[in-house]
Design a protein around this ligand. Structure first.
Ligand code: BEZ
Length: 216
């Protein structure tokens, strides 16, 4: 076990680290792949494993949702390109689901290490289940990490993506358990004048610092 090893961990607000890698759709330079688009980069521990198969299938089945939300998908695991291709074919043959998004073959673990996906206390040889939400400017906006034995929640991944995009579009924030269509939080006033405007508004208000409005 690698004791007290210092690993790089990209943080929210960092620019997404760049790299080149082989994927199931060919060689990519990540900065070119993510350019001017939302991107979700997600890792899985290993090909031909049950939880990973359900998760990758989940992303594939929601491909249209991600297309409709201007978001590219890209997967990763510490497996060879041959293993990836065999697994993609196997899942297609068994279930009819095709993983159209690229899957990075991170056989030398370089991308996993760069993105803090290799967490030795959990596994020294398999990436944890990470999800990086990257905005069109290339900035990391939200990070999820799940352990090897718990699959992610696709509804939460989709909700978080819509929340980020809506927050950016309307310059608002999202309250606990926010779902599309619900009221959003208006940023607190920065001047007394703004506070007075707020008091005269039709916002749902607990106090001047906690006000909600409809987006419609
Ligand atoms: C799985 O995807 O089922 C899995 C992968 C690695 C460790 C445990 C479970």
């Amino acid at each position: 076990m690698m004791e007290n090893q210092v690993l790089t961990m990209p943080r929210i607000g960092d620019m997404a680290p760049d790299f080149e890698a082989m994927t199931t759709t060919g060689k990519i330079k990540f900065s070119d792949y993510i350019k001017d688009s939302w991107t979700i980069l997600f890792s899985h521990p290993a090909d031909f494993t049950p939880v990973c198969t359900t998760e990758m299938s989940g992303f594939a089945l929601d491909q249209k949702f991600f297309d409709d939300h201007g978001t590219k998908l890209i997967g990763l695991s510490i497996d060879s390109i041959h293993a990836h291709i065999a697994w993609v074919n196997n899942v297609k043959k068994n279930t009819g689901v095709l993983f159209e998004f690229p899957i990075i073959a991170d056989i030398d673990m370089s991308v996993s290490k760069l993105y803090g996906m290799l967490q030795p206390g959990e596994s020294e040889t398999a990436a944890v289940r990470a999800v990086f939400f990257i905005d069109p400017a290339g900035k990391i906006r939200l990070i999820m990490y799940y352990p090897l034995n718990v699959g992610r929640n696709m509804e939460e991944i989709k909700r978080a993506l819509i929340a980020l995009q809506t927050a950016d579009q309307y310059k608002v924030a999202m309250p606990l358990n926010w779902k599309p269509g619900e009221k959003v939080i208006v940023p607190p006033p920065k001047t007394v004048e703004e506070m007075k405007e707020r008091e005269a508004s039709d916002y749902e208000m607990v106090d001047f610092y906690l006000a909600k409005k409809d987006l419609a």
